[in-house]
Ligand binder design. Sequence first.
Ligand SMILES: NC(=O)c1ccc[n+]([C@@H]2O[C@H](COP(=O)([O-])OP(=O)(O)OC[C@H]3O[C@@H](n4cnc5c(N)ncnc54)[C@H](O)[C@@H]3O)[C@@H](O)[C@H]2O)c1
Length: 261
Amino acid sequence: MGIMGGKRGIVTGVLNDRSYAWFIAKQILEAGGECIYTFLPDEKGKMERRVRGAIKELGDEDPWLTPCNVSQDEDFNTVFNKVASDFGSIDFIVHAIAFADRQFLQPGKFHQTTRQAWNQALEISAYSLLAMGQRAPDVMPDGGSIISMSYYGGEKVVPGYNVMGVAKAALEHTTRYLAFELGDKNIRVNTISGGPLRTLAASAVGGIAEMFENQENKSSLRRNIKGEEAGKTAAYLLSDLASGVTGETIHVDAGYSIVGV
Ligand SMILES: NC(=O)c1ccc[n+]([C@@H]2O[C@H](COP(=O)([O-])OP(=O)(O)OC[C@H]3O[C@@H](n4cnc5c(N)ncnc54)[C@H](O)[C@@H]3O)[C@@H](O)[C@H]2O)c1
């Protein structure tokens, strides 16, 4: 049995077969775990078809898949109630969601961020983790593990990452506060700070080309990372191998963040 054998949990954020969430789900499945999924709904149902297609590539023809727009409390309530009634309890939650208005994700545009763009970015990309942590004890009576995805731009200024960097700083610190408060329920909360990956969300960031270039030239391993590398660390954090690890931000960035040039 793999390290995720007997474990079932929610994976959010699968959009296509390039999404970080897709690579995470793949590693969970390969390690013997079971994934249930949520997606951001749209009126025409285009998103659901797309997400179903990506999950099918993971080998699941008939997945448990429910809409959840993380800016809606009602959606969270529906999802968690449905999980409780369909499964009773689960073992993990993967948060792999972020959004910011691309107009403000350009080098030099941070100081022009509007109140609305700021609130939207922080609500969707950071508050959503808190909203999950708030509801987690209801579906994790025996404890569990929650992870989310961050980026180095939450620690240091990365031109173009802008308000998303502020949201990632909030996400990483939300991880620590949640880890502390949920610790007595045996629920662990950690974040993976992943290197740049060619996804739809990444394409909204002005300056992403430099991020890939810097990563290749300046990281300790002198290369970009593969989605499956974050996926493997995710499987570790969600498994009992990481039973003593909580409140951490673990870099899966080929040693980029330790370099000071
Ligand atoms: N790609 C990178 O370079 C990189 C690097 C480090 C961290 N990350 C983080 O990884 C996570 C996943 O992003 P990705 O790069 O795989 O891109 P992606 O575009 O594949 O995934 C982003 C997901 O967020 C979802 N989403 C956006 N707004 C939502 C909302 N209101 N409700 C529900 N879902 C919503 C999208 O539907 C999509 O599934 C994000 O937190 C991102 O910041 C990405």
